[in-house]
Design a protein around this ligand. Structure first.
Ligand SMILES: Nc1ncnc2c1ncn2[C@@H]1O[C@H](COP(=O)(O)OP(=O)(O)OP(=O)(O)O)[C@@H](O)[C@H]1O
Length: 580
């Protein structure tokens, strides 16, 4: 199954880790310790807490292969059962730390807001608590059981896990491909499962090995101090006994010392090996505003039959700074509207308002923001997710950053179709292959099976176009879709978009600063300057008789720079002519 949700990064991480002899050695030591502890009843018939006075400091013999300790207990038996105590204690601490810190870190990093603030505050308080004193108090006042102390230690270690996972989630949720997943209509749970969790797993493994090693050390320290139940064999208690007999039987110190040192070393060095393997497989993090759409609801007026999108009086502000100031545009079914303006004029902010993809801190208001009869600002996140991908498709500027490097192309195409169109896996696969062929990808099967890094930028943009139209949207929003591509590929991609748009009678908003692109593909143009629309007119008219000084200046500057694209030289030809 080519589109199985197996993260390439994880596969690579496992392979690289296993290629490191040190990591294999560490795994072997840990496996040996675990097996020996589990097989304790098979390896020795002696009970770990059975004391026989005659065996006090007994030398090594057939019945006591490692001798007897200071009170006549079998050393081998205590070593094996003590291993159980250490392993269970370490695992308990890891379990508790991750069971509490993991979900908190995930939710905090993904949603931030008040939850993040409260969780961060609690985490800081826990970190300020002196761990050893808390455990001493717990063991003195609550329970002598070392496992209880380890569970408490797990809670105390929660902030480490919380912070690590939160930081990993924060990094990945700002990736463009997470935006892309959102735009294709995937819900938070799916985005979290498909895109966030795979990234969190590797650092969590490293952290778990460290917590495990620290917990075993602390547990031994507590037992060495004489804490813990007398019936609970442990390496720390063995060290305690060995110290009281250090001059008469120094060997007693060696067994628990070696067992502890090997286990702690193997665990933390395994973490280091995973970290090293991760260092060579680490993923790019592209910073971008956090895409949490939030808007203020306004009623939508009834649109005309052919009207797909109505934007009236749209304002986007960040605190005092207004970046979109009363923008009004419309898009009819089957119409291509070019949104043109210099960098920073507010084109993308306008487009992202329609997609509901602005940062959390953006305040969006509008007299009307209606898509296909629905007031966009009054939709909740679920309704918005249902609309994105299905109703509105999105083609981004940077194709590579908008594909998740961990998943095969096929999986990334199939997933939204299965969700929105309720197709079976096989049907979605067939449709994805048809789409790849339709966007002129020469070997659809191979690309379907490929990871994003295995295809070119132009190919990746075709894949994203295929994805954007896969759920038959009525409106396509393309944000500088050709800027990141070679000039030769730009023309092909534009031709493709134009023919798909005509074929499917989609409305389209094309965000661009390139009048060549406008001439090639747009029916109407809205020119933006400093957050406002200064002129809206049919594309021909804009070129023939620009009505605003700013439009003229933009046109002049494009022409001064020389024709960016061949299309500018063909202004006398029909604007929407399709190049075969
Ligand atoms: N998160 C934000 N906080 C504050 N200001 C922002 C934020 N995001 C964008 N802006 C500002 O909004 C303005 C419009 O940005 P926008 O990205 O829409 O411009 P643009 O016309 O699409 O430009 P470009 O072609 O360079 O992408 C810019 O001045 C930008 O600095």
């Amino acid at each position: 199954m080519t589109e199985a949700p197996v993260a390439a990064g994880r596969d690579r991480l496992l392979r690289r880790t296993l290629r490191d002899p040190l990591a294999v050695g560490c795994l072997a030591v840990l496996a040996l310790v675990i097996l020996a502890s589990l097989a304790a009843p098979l390896l020795t018939s002696q009970a770990p807490d059975r004391s026989v006075i005659a065996d006090t400091l007994a030398p090594m013999s057939g019945s006591h292969p490692f001798g007897g300790d200071g009170v006549g207990r079998d050393v081998l038996s205590r070593l094996l059962y003590g291993g159980r105590t250490s392993l269970v204690g370490g695992a308990l601490a890891v379990l508790v730390a991750f069971a509490v810190g993991g979900p908190l870190g995930l939710v905090s990093g993904f949603y931030r807001g008040w939850f993040d603030a409260v969780a961060g505050w609690i985490s800081n308080i826990i970190m300020a608590v002196p761990a050893i004193i808390v455990m001493l108090v717990v063991m003195a006042a609550v329970s002598q059981d070392l496992n209880v102390a380890m569970a408490v230690l797990g809670v105390i270690m929660t902030p480490m896990v919380f912070r690590l996972i939160r930081a990993s989630v924060l990094a990945v949720r700002e990736e463009l491909y997470v935006d892309a997943a959102r735009v294709s209509g995937l819900g938070d749970a799916r985005i979290m499962r498909r895109h966030v969790l795979p990234v969190v797993i590797a650092p969590s493994i490293i952290q778990a090995t460290q917590v495990f090693a620290v917990a075993i050390g602390i547990q031994a320290g507590l037992a060495f101090l004489g804490l813990g139940k007398a019936s609970q064999a442990s390496w720390g208690a063995m060290l305690n006994d060995a110290f009281t007999n250090v001059y008469t039987a120094p060997l007693l110190l060696v067994w628990p010392g070696v067992a502890m040192a090997l286990t702690i070393l193997a665990s933390s060095m395994l973490g280091n090996a995973v970290r090293d393997a991760l260092g060579t497989t680490e993923r790019r993090v592209t910073k971008r505003p956090v895409p949490v759409a939030r808007t203020a609801p306004r009623p939508a007026a009834a649109p005309t039959a052919d009207r797909l999108l109505t934007v009236e009086g749209l304002r986007v502000a960040y605190g005092e700074k207004t970046v979109v100031d009363g923008v009004s545009i419309t898009v009819e079914r089957g119409e291509v509207l070019g949104l043109v303006g210099e960098s920073g004029s507010g084109k993308s902010q306008t487009a992202f308002s329609v997609l509901g993809l602005l940062p959390f801190e953006a305040l969006v208001t509008a007299d009307q923001l209606a898509f296909d009869g629905k007031a966009l600002l009054s939709l909740d996140l679920k309704q918005l997710n249902a609309l994105r991908g299905r109703g509105i498709g999105y083609i981004p500027q940077e194709p590579m950053s908008n594909l998740d490097p961990s998943f095969r192309i096929g999986f990334q195409l199939v997933e939204p179709m299965r969700r929105h169109l309720k197709l079976s896996r096989a049907e979605a696969r067939t449709k994805a292959l048809e789409l790849l062929a339709r966007v002129n990808i020469p070997d659809p099967e191979r690309v379907f099976r490929s990871y994003p890094h295995q295809i070119s930028g132009g190919m990746a943009q075709r894949v994203l176009i295929a994805g954007a139209v896969s759920c038959d949207p009525k409106l396509l929003i393309a944000d500088e879709p050709t800027t990141a591509l070679d000039v030769t590929v730009q023309a092909e991609v534009l031709d493709l978009m134009r023919s798909l748009q005509q074929e499917r009678h989609m409305g389209m908003i094309l965000v661009t600063h390139d009048f060549g692109v406008v001439a090639d593909i747009c029916d109407r143009v809205a020119v933006m300057q400093k957050g406002r629309i200064v002129e809206t007119a049919p594309a021909r008219q804009i070129f023939a008789a620009p009505g605003h000084d700013y439009t003229r200046m933009l046109l002049d500057s494009t022409l001064e720079d020389g024709p960016a694209r061949g299309a500018l030289r063909r202004l006398d030809q029909p604007l929407k002519e399709v190049t075969p």
